[in-house]
Design a protein around this ligand. Structure first.
Ligand SMILES: [Zn+2]
Length: 203
């Protein structure tokens, strides 16, 4: 059975949004190119791995959850909306690798939503935990990506990067003030950074 992503119609407001930090904001591709690249990323080993685990966790329909969009808001790569799906901001994407990363990151949110049926995206602690996991386990903070963003490779950079990106996403949650976002990321850090499931360990 061939499963492919198709252009979405409704545009939900995401529960969790991922910011663009790459230096490619002037890029952008058509929805058609984007759909092709999303379909390609379905073959990515990590995407396949997460897909298998979503099936095991009882959420097998995830390909229908993929929504290639032209996002009006600047600076967003993608987002996840509980019960609706994963938005990929095609107009902010340039490379296959960026699409792979957004998809993997958002799939970790989808996995968390599926695994913990009681997750509440309005709760800053819940949101912070899923952001820490998504930024850590997706490899968003791999040192090569950090170098491309212009952040120097320094000792401990990976954790700093995960924290920075998680915080940024929780700060734009309308239910979390700046202080609440900071408190939440600190409070859940140890537990959520060390929770690598379904991966055996962080990449
Ligand atoms: Zn996220």
């Amino acid at each position: 059975m061939e499963e492919t992503a198709a252009a979405a119609e409704g545009v939900p407001v995401p529960d969790a949004r991922t910011g663009v930090e790459a230096s490619t904001r002037d890029g952008g591709m058509s929805i058609r190119q984007c759909v092709d690249k999303i379909n390609k990323s379905l073959d990515h080993p990590k995407v396949r791995f997460l897909r298998e685990h979503m099936i095991d966790a009882g959420c097998p329909v995830w390909v229908r959850l993929l929504m290639p969009l032209n996002c009006k808001d600047q600076g967003f790569a993608g987002g996840y909306t509980s019960g609706k799906g994963i938005a990929i901001c095609c107009n902010h994407m340039t490379f296959q690798d960026e699409i792979n990363q957004v998809l993997i990151h958002e799939l970790i949110h989808a996995y968390d939503d599926c695994r913990a049926k009681t997750i509440n995206w309005k709760n800053c602690y819940h949101h912070a935990c899923s952001e820490i996991r998504a930024n850590h386990l997706s490899g968003d903070c791999h040192y090569k990506r950090e170098l491309l963003r212009g952040f120097m490779k320094i000792r401990g950079h990976e954790q700093e990067c995960v924290k920075r990106r998680a915080l940024k996403s929780v700060q734009i949650n309308p239910h979390c003030s700046d202080a609440a976002a900071r408190d939440a990321v600190e409070a859940v850090w140890d537990i959520c950074y060390n929770d690598t499931y379904p991966f055996e360990r962080a990449p």
